[in-house]
Write a protein that binds this ligand. Sequence first.
Ligand SMILES: Cc1cc2nc3c(=O)[nH]c(=O)nc-3n(C[C@H](O)[C@H](O)[C@H](O)COP(=O)(O)O)c2cc1C
Length: 499
Amino acid sequence: MESPLSVNLEKVSHIFNNAVYLLLIVFFLLGNFVSFYFHFLTVTAFMLVLINVYYLYIQKQHALLSNFGLLAQIRYMVESIGPEFRQYLFMSDTEEKPFNRIERSEIYRKAKNVDSSAAFGSQLSFGPNEIKLRHSMYPVHKEDLKPFSVRFGEERNISNLHIIKKPIMISAMSYGALGSKTVRALARGARKAGITMNTGEGGYPKYHLMENCDLVFQMGTAKFGVRKENAVLDEEKLSELAAKDQIKMIEIKMSQGAKPGKGGLLPKEKITKEISELRGVPMGQDVVSPPFHTECTSAAETVKFIRRVQEIAGLPVGIKMCLGRPDEFSELVHQMKTQDNYPDYIVIDGAEGGTGAAPKPFMDDVGVPLYAALPIVQKILTEEGVRDKLKLLSSGKLINAGRQFVAMSLGADSIYTARGFMLAIGCIQALQCNTNTCPVGITTQDKKLQHGLDIEEKSDRVVNYINNLWHDHEEMLASLGKKSHSQLDRNNLYIPAQF
Ligand SMILES: Cc1cc2nc3c(=O)[nH]c(=O)nc-3n(C[C@H](O)[C@H](O)[C@H](O)COP(=O)(O)O)c2cc1C
């Protein structure tokens, strides 16, 4: 039986629709007999009637509109602004995803150089699934900490080593996914903070190069910027790029956590004339990169390709991947041993990683999450006796010192973050990176939306974020009783039994 309190939508919409017709008549009469100004309302009511007739009798795509007319449209409108309402009014500080408000405001505060300490107690979960860090009963003095340094390429004894002095780099995000002002703000911030930035797979890094910071040039599966027909490597273009002063390393992207087994995706809405030229792709259609490098169809070929890129570039060369099948990773490592050739680094990107655009099932259900993947990779590399042949990097929601320390304790030598830096320059997690409508101008090509993004101001946020993160790193190292990051290992972790 229908509850006396339940709303009969059909009845309500019937009354609502008739009210619109009635209003038209009332305003028309008032306009004729009381004051001409009522005709402004007559016109408005007339428009509403026309729209209502269209919804009810003409359009066929939406059953809800056909059945309920304007009232259904109001429902669609309320639904579309639901996320904003929930975000600002109803959701608790720990509810939002992928980063809740507590996590985001820590980054905002760090980036603005505002005290990010908190009171009363942590609001995070302390359930049995949480990995935590173990402190030492005997913390070290901060003055006794050793400077951080990772030397890429030292294992191969190459002359063009790339040395980083802080364990955090800006992870791959292409010009295309990001707007030009964002790229410049991040690149300028990277230069000021003395950190390295990855170009992403967006082709010739025109805007990155303007800011003169240390760069990792990323070569995606479409090889934008260094490609011939059919995504085949153009050696000459790669060698020209690698000769540039700012390009310190090359990264071959095999896969990424948000869409492993799929190539990059740039929605057509974001392809401007300039982007189509820089990437060598047509305008007006989505650009989907191939799911793998044409040169890499087996472990043996992949290792050969790594060597080829190392020889052409004369720089440290890494690969980026999301872990899928451990047996395939083992096979890759065997091939490295057989050919006695190793990438200078491997980045493990967790399945929880971010993206400018990706198919939802891949974001949600494909790939191994970072904290599960890192121990597998570290174990295989160690058991095969090749852990000292390369550096291990990691990414996947490593936006604060705590998570970065967990990853480093699980084997990573250094950290990449993408969304950490997006938040630092003002990302409000509107989740619109794929629609060209980013309200803060970070992931859009729309000049009007980019208007509010001041390159100099945002570059300072990058510097503040890094400095404050580094402060946390020093404090945490000391409390863990370690003198350097290289001393971090699994003993520093409280790991629940199921891991
Ligand atoms: C807007 C955006 C664009 C990205 N573009 C690329 C890309 O071009 N190449 C790539 O390998 N990864 C790309 N990524 C993935 C990041 O580099 C990184 O691996 C992932 O987001 C995990 O790091 P995070 O959790 O700190 O963001 C992108 C991520 C975002 C959010």
